[in-house]
Design a protein around this ligand. Structure first.
Ligand SMILES: Nc1ncnc2c1ncn2[C@@H]1O[C@H](COP(=O)(O)OP(=O)(O)O)[C@@H](O)[C@H]1O
Ligand SMILES: [Mg+2]
Length: 158
């Protein structure tokens, strides 16, 4: 499947994409987020939280590594930015969350390459200009393909 590509022209638009994903999230879903600082990873996660019905304010977990929220499903928001070595990531014991009862979202997922399930949704975010970002959705596995298909239809890219 060729990745679905969307150009977002505002933070609100990125949140709207996140909301669509949050609305259809399932138990055990894993979303890996890759992109430089300011690319919009946390912004997208804030939209997912809305779609999940989380009422709390979603903050970047850069300093705490993991923040947990409750919505229709638990939402585990992780950030590996401060991790320098794969061993450090492995030692965090993220499996309890990743293979747990909710939706797992991992910023800077490339710092944990190989530690995540082979079935997942990888989202690459790229800074284009002050207000524009390119998002590429790469699904691996059945449910994820379906989820991205729905997103493709919802944003009128069918
Ligand atoms: N189209 C867009 N999509 C997402 N964020 C945008 C967009 N345009 C501007 N922004 C701004 O870029 C910043 C993205 O920050 P953030 O989501 O924290 O990035 P990251 O988590 O990838 O470091 C926010 O201040 C947001 O308002
Ligand atoms: Mg962030």
């Amino acid at each position: 499947m060729t990745p679905v590509e969307v150009i977002s022209r505002s933070a609100e638009e990125t949140q709207r994409l996140g909301r669509l994903l949050g609305e259809q999230a399932w138990v055990g879903e894993v979303i890996l987020l890759v992109g430089e600082l300011g690319a919009g990873k946390t912004c997208l996660v804030q939209g997912m939280a809305q779609g999940l019905g989380v009422n709390e304010v979603v903050l970047s977990p850069s300093f705490v590594l993991l923040r947990q929220y409750s919505g229709r499903l638990p939402m585990y928001h992780m950030d590996l930015y401060r991790m320098e070595r794969l061993n450090e990531v492995a030692d965090l014991g993220l499996d309890d969350y990743i293979y747990g009862d909710g939706l797992s979202l991992v910023e800077w997922a490339e710092r944990g390459t190989g530690l995540f399930p082979s079935q997942h949704l990888l989202i690459e975010l790229e800074y284009l200009s002050e207000t524009e970002r390119r998002l590429r959705f790469h699904p691996s596995g059945g449910n994820y393909r379906e989820a991205v298909e729905k997103l493709r239809v919802a944003v009128g890219k069918a």
